[in-house]
Write a protein that binds this ligand. Structure first.
Ligand code: SF4
Length: 391
């Protein structure tokens, strides 16, 4: 596919140090050999790291004399927890992470009776500038490295395995890319992350394809690229409006790729993978929650392999954007269902933060802490999709 220029900026401040999880298995084995160790040490390091073990004293299968050297070279600390906040009796845990250059990102672990889901960030900030989104107001700081993204999932898996979440030791079952950032704007690192999430131990978390959800605001060339990857992870498209006139204002990237193109790309993904895609729609009072827009959305998606997930907006303090009232929500759902479109409404407890990109920062409201402030981006020239130099 021809590399298409994207319209957002990808500042390159603070490239993180090299980490095992940024490398392929072959590259990691070569790196270990360069350090004078047998290649299988890379597998040993991977086994520890993907289990959340960072204390070299616990890496007892690696000779004590070389543990520090190997860890310094390949397992640098990338994510430092700044604080962890809990809701829902401890079953929802949000962690604020500081990256090596001071950038801040969040991830949220949510334990349900039948599953445990972590919502992870793929960028520090976001360059998509959706006006209703707290993250979007501060711009993009930088892309995260693959290891920084994977590390959020590894930390969640370790927290579950160690029994840190009420309910006893358990297993992380789902990962959703619905934290800070537009995942497909950080394509190479997100692709590397997907490989690691799906790979069996020691080089991954062994999750199933359907348990991993990649969301996008509609970067059509990147959706097409994902379609060609041969993966079958769940695709979630954050539509938020069924018509271009409104979506141009709610989701500015729509001025580049229109509703019809986004849905067409999602349809092609569904056709290739056999998987239904999810349409995320933040219901905003008097903005996109009118009955006629429900009908329009219904006509747009009728007969497609699509499922609509309505998310009553999490308003941020001082924002003019508000959630739709319940009667409007019910009317919207009824009209979509009448059009034959499977529709659900995200529940409104802490867990609703896994429902849409950019809602993570806004979700602070649920737990009563301020929205994370991400530094404004420095500006660099637009990058090209597929270029590996933007991280
Ligand atoms: S809603 Fe999503 S894509 Fe839009 S600015 Fe927020 S994080 Fe970015």
């Amino acid at each position: 596919m021809t590399a298409l220029p994207l319209v957002f900026d990808a500042p390159r401040r603070g490239k993180p140090p090299r980490h095992l999880a940024d490398l392929s298995r072959e590259e990691a084995r070569a790196a270990v050999v360069e350090l004078g160790q047998p290649a299988f040490r890379a597998d040993q390091l991977a086994r520890h790291w993907f289990r959340g073990v960072t204390d070299t004293a616990r890496m007892t299968d690696v000779p004590a004399a070389v543990r520090e050297t190997l860890a310094e070279a390949l397992l640098p600390d990338l994510l430092t927890p700044v604080r962890t906040l809990s809701a829902d009796g401890g079953r929802t845990r949000k962690t604020l992470w500081r990256l090596h250059d001071g950038a801040l990102v969040e991830s949220v672990l949510m334990r349900y009776p039948d599953r445990a889901t972590v919502c992870i960030s793929s960028q520090a900030g976001c360059g998509m500038a959706c006006p209703f989104c707290a993250t979007g107001q501060n711009g993009l700081t930088r892309n995260l490295s693959a290891a920084e993204i994977i590390g959020q999932a590894v930390a969640a898996a370790a927290a579950m395995a160690d029994g840190e979440v009420p309910g006893g030791p358990g297993r992380l079952s789902n990962v959703v890319f619905m934290g800070m950032g537009e995942p497909l704007a950080n394509y190479p690192r997100v692709r590397q992350t997907l490989r690691a999430l799906l790979a069996p131990a020691p080089w991954g978390l062994g999750l199933s394809q359907r348990s991993v959800t990649v969301s996008t605001v509609g970067l059509v060339p990147a959706i097409r690229k994902l379609t060609e990857e041969g993966l079958a992870v769940t695709l979630a498209v954050s539509l938020h409006a069924p018509d271009d006139e409104l979506r141009d204002t709610l989701v500015p990237i729509n001025t580049r790729w229109k509703v019809g193109e986004v849905v067409e790309a999602a349809d092609a993904y569904a056709a290739r993978t056999g998987r239904r895609y999810s349409v995320e729609y933040a219901l905003i009072r008097d903005v996109n929650d009118q009955p006629e827009r429900a009908d329009l959305l219904g006509r747009l998606l009728a007969g497609k392999r699509a499922h609509v997930n309505l998310i009553p907006l999490n308003p941020t303090p001082g924002s003019p954007w508000d959630a739709s009232p319940l009667p409007a929500q019910r009317e919207f759902v009824a009209r979509l269902r009448a059009a034959g479109v499977p529709t659900t409404v995200r529940d409104t407890r802490g867990q609703d933060i896994d429902g849409a990109c950019g809602q993570l920062a806004a979700a602070d409201r649920v737990e009563g802490v301020p929205t994370v402030a991400v530094p404004a981006p420095s500006l660099e020239p637009p990058v090209e999709l597929g270029a590996e130099a933007d991280g």
